[in-house]
Write a protein that binds this ligand. Structure first.
Ligand code: NAP
Length: 281
């Protein structure tokens, strides 16, 4: 078997094209969606992600503001900025680029964002709504993964779904989203004794670990949908996913590449959440 490749760039482009029309309509009514991006310090990966998000805003016609704070900013300076943004009528979405420098309390910062502007979907209120099935902001990466699965035409209902990783921003919300679509969901993590056996059961496998090429072809059920969220740099300095592409593509039915799979979807979903937020104001 040779897996069909799920082209995240193309799916994201389709979603963004629709959003662009919606944004133009909102702008004509004087309600341009606005996103504030907060970055603390000079972490090169954070800078790269912030630039990508700002570019997406410019491309779609979303108003964006960058608030760049120095690495030694205090918790209260950051909280004051969030308070201002919470009150700012031009801003419908607030995103604090993570990770923050270690002297800052990330949880407290996320909780300070008004839930109505929590376009990253990390606030406990957003997470709680997701858990009990009330509409709210959903974390962008797992939301993007759901769009990619939809693209395959494979129904989730009744399928064995395995999520590897249990972080608050990817693994846990991912599992809830699959459950919501009636999948039978297993969550694996670093203490799972036989990861390969769990993976082999999966009709739909989502890898969100951050370990280069951990998942090999002999861990895959033939024909499975495999979504690779992981991004890391391998020993040769190349950007790779959690999935060993060459061996897995021979067994899986569908597979996302890295880069060009989940990454572009995360940004498209951020834009979608920002537009939804503007519509709610
Ligand atoms: P994280 O917070 O570090 O979580 C990683 C998870 O993987 C943890 O739950 C950990 O288990 C589990 N894990 C570690 N080693 C394992 C192993 N050998 N077997 C099974 N599970 C193992 O990372 P994250 O924020 O969820 O991100 C995961 C990956 O996705 C990273 O590579 C990140 O860069 C990438 N990512 C990509 C995008 C995108 O847009 N493309 C967005 C977000 C994240 P424990 O809980 O037991 O420690």
């Amino acid at each position: 078997m040779s897996a069909k490749i799920i082209d995240g760039k193309a799916v994201a482009a389709k979603i963004k094209a629709n959003l662009k029309l919606q944004i133009a309509d909102l702008t004509s009514k004087g309600k341009t969606p606005g996103l504030a991006v907060v970055i603390v310090g000079d972490n090169p990966s954070s800078r790269k992600y912030v630039n990508m998000k700002k570019r997406a805003c410019a491309e779609l016609g979303v108003y964006s503001e960058e608030h760049s704070l120095s690495r030694d900013s205090t918790q209260s300076e950051l909280l004051c900025l969030i308070d201002d943004l919470n009150q700012n009528p031009r801003i419908h979405g607030i995103l604090v680029q993570l990770p923050l420098p270690s002297h800052l309390n990330e949880g407290q910062v996320i909780e300070r964002i008004a839930p109505s502007k929590d376009v990253d979907g990390f606030h406990p209120i957003s997470v709680g709504k997701l858990m009990i099935g009330i509409p709210g902001f959903i974390s962008c990466t797992p939301a993007g993964v759901m769009e990619l699965i939809k693209e395959t035409g494979v129904s989730i209902e009744g399928k064995e779904c395995v999520v590897i990783g249990r972080s608050n921003i990817v693994g846990k919300p991912q599992a809830i989203l699959l459950l919501r679509e009636h999948g039978t969901v297993t969550i694996c993590h670093s203490r799972t004794p036989d990861l390969a056996a769990c993976c082999r059961r999966a009709d739909i496998l989502i890898a969100a670990v951050g370990k280069p090429e951990l998942i090999k072809g002999d861990m895959i059920k033939p024909g499975a949908v495999v979504i690779d969220v992981g991004t890391s740099v391998n020993a040769e300095g190349k950007l790779v996913g959690d999935v060993h592409f060459d061996s897995v593509s021979k067994v899986a039915g569908w597979l996302t590449p890295v880069p060009g799979g989940v990454g572009p979807m995360t940004i498209a979903m951020l834009m979608k959440n920002t537009v939804e937020s503007a519509l709610n104001f």
